[in-house]
Design a protein around this ligand. Structure first.
Ligand SMILES: [Zn+2]
Length: 115
C-alpha cells in the first residue's frame, strides 16, 4: 500500500510549512488526487487518519478532490478527457496520448490554527 508513504509525504510537507510559518495545528487540509495519479483515495484518507494523532494533522478535516484525467492526443492534436491510464482517446480511439491533467497528488490548501 503505497498510500502510507504518500500520507507520510503529505505530513512531511505540512511539517515543512509549519517550520517556515509556525502554526499549532491544521484545521482543514484540502488535497488533490487526480484520477490518473494512481492514488487509492480511501486508502490515502485512512493512512492520513492513522498518522494524524499526535501530529499537526490531529483533528484536521481532510478533503480530497479527484479531478478527472486529461491528455493531449497527438493524433487529434487536442486535449481529450482520459478516464484511466492506458485507455484510448475517446475521439479517435488512438493510444498516442500524453496525460497532462489529473496526474498529481498535491496539497491544494491548508487552513491552520495558531493555538
Ligand atoms: Zn485522438
Amino acid at each position: 500500500m503505497h498510500e502510507v508513504s504518500l500520507a507520510g509525504g503529505i505530513l512531511a510537507a505540512v511539517e515543512d510549512a509549519a517550520r517556515k510559518d509556525p502554526f499549532a495545528r491544521v484545521s482543514r487540509l484540502r488535497l488533490e488526487a487526480g484520477k490518473l495519479a494512481g492514488v487509492e483515495v480511501e486508502a490515502l484518507r485512512f493512512a492520513l487518519e492513522a498518522l494524524a494523532p499526535g501530529s499537526l494533522l490531529a483533528g484536521a478535516h481532510i478533503e480530497i478532490e479527484q479531478p478527472d484525467g486529461q491528455a493531449w492526443c497527438l493524433d487529434c492534436a487536442s486535449n481529450v478527457p482520459l478516464l484511466q491510464r492506458g485507455a484510448p482517446c475517446p475521439q479517435c480511439g488512438g493510444f498516442w496520448l500524453q496525460a497532462n491533467g489529473g496526474t498529481e497528488l498535491r496539497i491544494l490548501d491548508l487552513q491552520v490554527e495558531d493555538h
